[in-house]
Design a protein around this ligand. Structure first.
Ligand code: XIL
Length: 358
């Protein structure tokens, strides 16, 4: 049910303004509660000991995902050892604050340890390693991680399966067989934790293009052949302020019509930085409108069940190093944890009466 007092509290929050670092009268997670969407963010376990970081996180979000802590480079320091320490910290924080955990990611050709990338493994050895990895990690987090990005970024911009360690360099024994290695990973994942929701996560495929067409075709094929897939993650690292949300909505519509969920998994809207590393005021307003329209597109569709930002404070965001310092200010809170216009836009959208929940 949509609660009218939310509107009052929202107004109070907006009147209170965005400049003071005070807690808003209603938070994102309170606003999201009556809807069908989870509101999440990527997190770094090393920052959970920073008071403002932990307090903002616990107050605003009901879902978290480790930005790096469940990737191979962290969980597999060497072939024979698993390190669940950092991932466990994230899971513990989530438990303590009534949040869900999304897992990220089990199969990717990036963020892998050197011993794996340069190990000169045969396809049979790689296949064993991957199966063991998926099985061990998912069993460790069974009951704690409700959804996993099983495979991340496997396609190129033309919709072809990318050449990669897991596909054909040397691959797990299914090279030149298109999406067969992706299918294999999903089958292993389902065996490891039948309760977990299994997602294919991808970049630059939010709208309608060759890559998103290929994802659509793959999911359609998987559903027809009963390959266990539950959802598609659309990353949404946005760098264009004229972002096309009509195409995003159309893509969400066609994917959910196949019977899978969509999660917005890595939303950020990076801005060019001027002198002193500061973003322009107009850009911050336009950024807010991009956030608003993405949240709106998700809320419109009952099959879009989570909206997650890639970090939440401009103090800590991958955009800085990724863009070599030329872009930033991509997230809903500024460096001092003050809500930005983007935050208010998300909050306003989440506080609108929902489809079917009024
Ligand atoms: C990024 C992290 O944010 C960085 O900390 C890390 O150095 C590299 O990876 N797509 C993904 C994420 O699926 O895992 C990436 O995260 C960003 C792009």
């Amino acid at each position: 049910m949509f609660r009218p007092w939310h509107q009052f509290c929202l107004l109070a929050a907006l009147v209170a303004g965005t400049s003071a670092a005070v807690a808003p009268a209603i938070t994102l997670r309170q606003a999201a509660d009556p809807s069908h969407v989870l509101i999440g963010t990527a997190v770094r376990p090393s920052l959970l000991s920073e008071g403002a970081y932990a307090a903002t996180l616990a107050r605003e979000f009901n879902m978290i995902e480790p930005e790096d802590a469940m990737k191979w480079w962290v969980t597999r320091p060497n072939a024979g050892t698993f390190d669940f320490g950092p991932g466990d910290e994230v899971a513990r924080f989530a438990k303590d604050h009534g949040m869900k955990v999304r897992g990220h990611c089990l199969v990717w050709d990036h963020n892998n340890p050197d011993w794996l990338v340069h190990g000169d493994f045969t396809p049979a050895e790689l296949s064993n390693l991957l199966r063991q990895h998926i099985t061990t990690v998912m069993k460790h987090y069974a009951g704690q991680v409700f959804a996993w990005d099983v495979v991340n970024e496997a396609l190129d911009e033309n919709g072809q399966v990318k050449n990669s360690l897991w596909y054909d360099e040397p691959g797990i024994g299914l090279s030149k067989k298109g999406t067969a290695y992706i299918e294999q990973a999903f089958r292993w994942a389902h065996d490891a934790d039948p309760q977990a929701l299994l997602f294919y996560n991808e970049a630059e495929s939010e709208g309608l293009n060759r890559k998103s067409d290929a994802i659509y075709a793959m999911v359609k094929d998987f559903k027809r052949r009963r390959v266990p897939i539950d959802g598609v993650g659309l990353q949404l690292h946005i760098s264009q302020l004229d972002f096309d949300t009509t195409a995003l909505a159309a893509n969400i519509a066609r994917l959910t019509a196949l019977g899978v969920q969509v999660h917005i998994t890595e939303l950020d809207v990076s801005l060019p930085l001027g002198a002193g590393g500061v973003a322009g005021k107009d850009d911050l307003q336009r950024q807010a409108e991009v956030y608003r329209s993405v949240v709106h597109a998700c809320l419109q569709n009952p099959g879009c069940t989570a909206i997650q930002t890639w970090g939440f404070t401009d103090k800590y965001s991958w955009i800085g190093s990724h863009s070599r310092g030329t872009r930033g200010a991509a997230l809903p809170f500024d460096r001092a944890y003050r809500p930005k216009p983007a935050y208010n836009a998300i909050l306003q959208e989440l506080s609108q009466p929902k489809n079917g929940t009024q």
